[in-house]
Design a protein around this ligand. Sequence first.
Ligand code: FES
Ligand code: FES
Length: 166
Amino acid sequence: MPAKPASPKAPARLSLTVNGTPRTAAPADGDMPLIYWLRGELNLTGTHMGCGKGECGACAVLIDGEPARSCQTTLAMAAGRSVTTIEGLGTPQAPHPVQAAFVAEQAAQCGWCTAGMVVESAALLARNPQPGRDEAKAALDGHLCRCGSHHRVLRAVLRAGKGEPS
Ligand code: FES
Ligand code: FES
């Protein structure tokens, strides 16, 4: 009896960690922008789509601790890495210091840009726990806010850096 032909090996699933939890995705989804997968597959809707062109910063997440624009990052580019979204930074009961400072300073209006601003600020504080005003401004320079909340955002970042109570 002739030997059965070997069945073609299925391509390996893409593996990545999201907010500390290992996840896998179909290889066919590799070209999908990370933001679509986070929102559509994992229901992590805190990350917002703004321009979709890498220009506004609304969609920022952390990849291996570094801010990245999830509209310009494919799922395949995130494979093997650790993604942190706004949901993974803290909880309402135990917020990240930046999240607490944003609340204390009321540093949002419509809130569309806020998740991106917060994760970018968290990365800044991880690099430098007490950034100065100029450093904070430079870090957030690529984040647009159509509501004009920049002054309050800046106050929140400096507040978090000083460890002021929220
Ligand atoms: S939505 Fe990604 S940078 Fe604007
Ligand atoms: S708070 Fe509305 S876009 Fe920034």
